[in-house]
Design a protein around this ligand. Structure first.
Ligand SMILES: Nc1ncnc2c1ncn2[C@@H]1O[C@H](COP(=O)(O)OP(=O)(O)OP(=O)(O)O)[C@@H](O)[C@H]1O
Length: 774
């Protein structure tokens, strides 16, 4: 057979397999859809019927959504094992699918299953039992290419699709035009990435790597892997993925759904205090001060300062008497309450109890001793021991004192119940002497919107204050009892209806009757409780005290010490994957080394891994970017680029007045030479954005630019984590010197391009020694 016949035959065979696979997917979808429709159509308006219907619809819709999301690129690989492994063949894909036979034979193996592992790890040196690895490329449901790697060098069978380098599929993925949305890399995960994605480590796993090394991609695929490997636990507790800004979260938002995972919460730290939307912005100085670890002590002091004692005591009228809330009573009560080590609002009832007991003893002493004193005085004798009030009298007296609004007001004044919002806004309005004059000036704010850096402060305050949910819990118990009573009513009615409606029951009534037969009122009420069928991720988003099963932090170098405190509270087990690159730190509040970040929580008990290959930026661009870093660190070594394009970065010098026009010209030229569908970004110092926006009316810009637009205009911090086919950086030296972390910002800006980079500047460039002027 000729090579051509051979290769066509192989393609035909794979197409047949793919046709069968999609037919099975369609069948499964049809079944899932029918189940959803069937659940909708379930008869019955009774409470139980409604609850059951909603739960079933939610479950089935989730299954359907997962099946719909894997349509594109459903199958992308095939493993042919050698005879020592039984000569089995497995197709690998985005999800596992079984045949419709009695044995439910696997048809497609999920990429996360252990049997799929050689697809990512096997090499000629370590073939892991494989004879051949095949990459299938598909467009829609059509197989367009096969790439085979022979791993058993003694095997002489050929298919006509041999790819000696094995890199063609990877390079095609890296060279493809960007879309403004990150794509999954499930087809081309590299061995060093696979080891991290499947790392068995249960504690904190740090993944460090330079720009474009796939940290974000690895983090997202790790989330998908963990959900597969520990589904029971993680689906219940949910996985949180933290990113640096909402635009970035939009950029990565499609990756997990394309892998069939939808139950993950994506958020910035500024979005993690339910009920607060951080719409304000901080000055860099304010963000630094608010982000320092020392703010935790400052807030703890602010809370303690709310626990006061009256200098000269308080006099409180009570019926015909006066109660003396002396300083010593308040001091003792405060001491007792603080000794409980409970948060402020939870220690408050202890403070109140102590004060009430002291005031009751004081008054009981006075009332109960007065008759003895009068008699002793009349008889001229010593006052005898004792109190005429019985224990029951004293208890009654205590109740009356507790019900006295003046007493309650005094307790409230000394140890008020506080909300985090109130505490933090009062503190920011008047930081007083708790901060240096300079720091206080940086954070002082009378009113205005909450900012992202306020959120960790609010969370800290919430932890210090605790939530006194006595009232809420009492209300919940009352509501529960009412629900049981209601359910009892429903059951009684059904029971009562039984005799005379039995003859001509319709479905609804028979359902109520069967409810009566099967469950008692309490259970019925609980079923109603289960009607909260929001996903774990949705419930987690609404609950500040939710403990996530796993947290993944991207661009972890940007988080402040206070933001870390918030995240650690959200994951008491410290099951976390942190990805970042200290060299790209742009936020002035960003934490230093991993050791510094993690020491307070896990000491040195964390695993540190590195990624060393840059999949995004071509070698020519990376060499230029490295020069920026070498200015301060001559030994700096960037990650090695997996490809070079032969297109060096260009520079263009212009005047300050002409800069917007020069950038607009460069954009027009670049657009003319870019194939359709590519994306271009202009990255410029924030101060230049208005003028550039005017010169580039077609560009999307603002706080949340549309990254799918052909041209996007961004400040350096907005470019973090993103990538474009072409990037034009305006005034790079201004970015580099624009803030204390400017070098990191410039390094980020220069490493966003997958194909071409241009620099437009007004002064000679301080760093670019070997760039081609255009
Ligand atoms: N194994 C791979 N196969 C195909 N593409 C890959 C692979 N690894 C990474 N990439 C691509 O390389 C680009 C960079 O990846 P990613 O954004 O995850 O890098 P990063 O390390 O987070 O970068 P940065 O620190 O600059 O934000 C992305 O387009 C990603 O899809």
């Amino acid at each position: 057979m000729s090579t051509e016949e051979l290769s066509t035959g192989e393609l035909r065979q794979e197409q047949q397999f793919i046709d069968g696979l999609y037919a099975r997917l369609d069948q499964l979808r049809g079944e899932a859809e029918e189940l959803v429709q069937g659940s909708f159509a379930q008869r019955g308006n009774g409470l139980q019927a409604r609850v059951e219907r909603e739960v079933t619809v939610a479950e089935r819709s989730g299954e359907l959504a997962a099946l719909n999301s894997v349509e594109s690129g459903l199958c992308f690989g095939r493993l042919d094992f050698g005879s020592a492994e039984g000569g089995a063949t497995h197709h690998i894909g985005r999800t596992g699918i079984r045949r419709d036979d009695a044995e439910r034979t696997p048809l497609l193996v999920d990429w996360r299953a252990p049997v799929a592992r050689p697809f990512y790890l096997a090499t000629g040196h370590t073939p892991m039992g494989l004879r051949r690895r095949r990459h299938l490329t598909t467009r829609g449901r059509t197989v367009t290419a096969l790439h085979d790697e022979i791993l058993d060098l003694g095997d002489t069978t050929r298919t006509g699709h041999e790819d000696p380098s094995g890199d063609a599929v990877l390079l095609a993925a890296l060279n493809s035009a960007r879309t403004g949305r990150m794509a999954d890399i499930v087809q081309t995960i590299q061995a060093e990435q696979d080891r991290i994605i499947r790392a068995p480590h249960r504690g904190v796993l740090v993944v460090e790597g330079g720009p474009g090394t796939g940290k974000t991609a690895v983090a997202l695929h790790r989330a998908a892997y963990l959900l597969y490997a520990h589904r029971e636990q993680l689906a219940r507790r949910a996985v949180l993925i933290v990113g640096p800004n909402p635009a970035f979260l939009g950029y990565i938002g499609d990756v997990l759904p394309s892998l069939g995972e939808t139950g993950v919460l994506l958020a910035t730290t500024g979005e993690l205090f339910p009920g607060v939307t951080a719409t304000g912005t901080d000055t860099p100085e304010a963000a630094v001060v608010k982000g320092r670890a020392g703010m935790a002590d400052v807030l703890a002091r602010v809370v303690r300062e709310q626990q006061t004692v009256p200098d000269d005591g308080l006099e409180i009228p009570h019926e015909q008497w006066t109660l003396h809330l002396e300083r010593a009573i308040a001091e003792d009560a405060r001491h007792q309450a603080r000794t409980t080590k409970l948060p402020h609002n939870l220690a408050r009832p202890h403070f109140g109890r102590y004060v009430l007991d002291a005031l009751t003893a004081q008054l009981a002493d006075r009332i109960g001793r007065e008759p003895y004193e009068a008699i002793a005085e009349e008889l001229g004798e010593e006052i005898p021991e004792g109190n005429i009030l019985s224990a029951a009298d004293i208890e009654q007296l205590g109740k009356e004192i507790a019900a006295n609004p003046d007493v309650t007001a005094a307790i409230d004044g000394l140890w008020p119940e506080l909300t985090p919002q109130q505490l933090v806004s009062d503190f920011l309005a008047d930081p007083g002497t708790r901060l240096s004059a300079e720091d206080a000036a940086a954070v002082r704010r009378e009113d205005g919107a909450w900012t992202p850096a306020d959120v960790p402060l609010l969370d800290e305050a919430a932890a210090l204050l605790g939530q006194d949910d006595h009232a809420a819990r009492a209300a919940a118990v009352r509501e529960y009892e009412e629900r049981v009573a209601y359910a009892q009513g429903v059951l009684d009615v059904s029971y009562g209806s039984r005799t005379y409606e039995f003859e001509d029951l319709d479905d609804e009534e028979s359902e109520v009757l069967s409810a009566h037969d099967l469950i008692d009122a309490e259970r019925f009420a609980e079923r109603h409780d289960e009607a909260d069928h929001r996903s774990a991720a949705q419930r987690a988003a609404a609950d500040r005290t939710w403990a996530f099963g796993h947290i993944i932090v991207d661009e972890a170098q940007e988080l402040s010490a206070m933001a870390w405190r918030l995240l650690m509270r959200r994951c008491p087990t410290h099951s976390m994957t942190l990805v970042g690159d200290p060299a790209q730190t742009g936020d002035a509040a960003g934490c230093g080394s991993w050791q510094e970040i993690l020491d307070p929580y896990v000491g040195d008990r964390y695993e540190h891994t590195r990624l060393g290959v840059n999949y995004r930026t071509p070698a020519e661009i990376m060499e230029l970017a490295a020069q920026v870093m070498r200015a301060s660190d001559p030994s700096f070594e960037p990650p090695s680029s997996v490809r070079s394009t032969g297109v060096p970065p260009w520079t263009r010098q212009t005047t300050a007045e002409d800069l917007p026009r020069a950038v607009a010209d460069a954009v027009a030229q670049a657009r003319a030479s870019v194939e359709a569908g590519g994306r271009l970004a202009v990255v410029a110092p924030a101060a230049l954005l208005p003028a550039l926006a005017e010169a580039l009316p077609q560009a999307s810009c603002g706080t949340e630019p549309d990254l799918t637009a052909p041209v996007v205009l961004l400040a350096p911090h907005q470019a973090k984590g993103l990538e474009f086919d072409t990037v034009i950086v305006a005034e790079p030296d201004l970015i580099g010197s624009g803030s204390p972390r400017g070098t990191g910002d410039l390094y980020v800006a220069l490493t966003r391009a997958t194909q071409r980079l241009g620099l437009v500047h007004t002064e000679p460039l301080s760093f670019a020694r070997s760039v081609t002027p255009a």
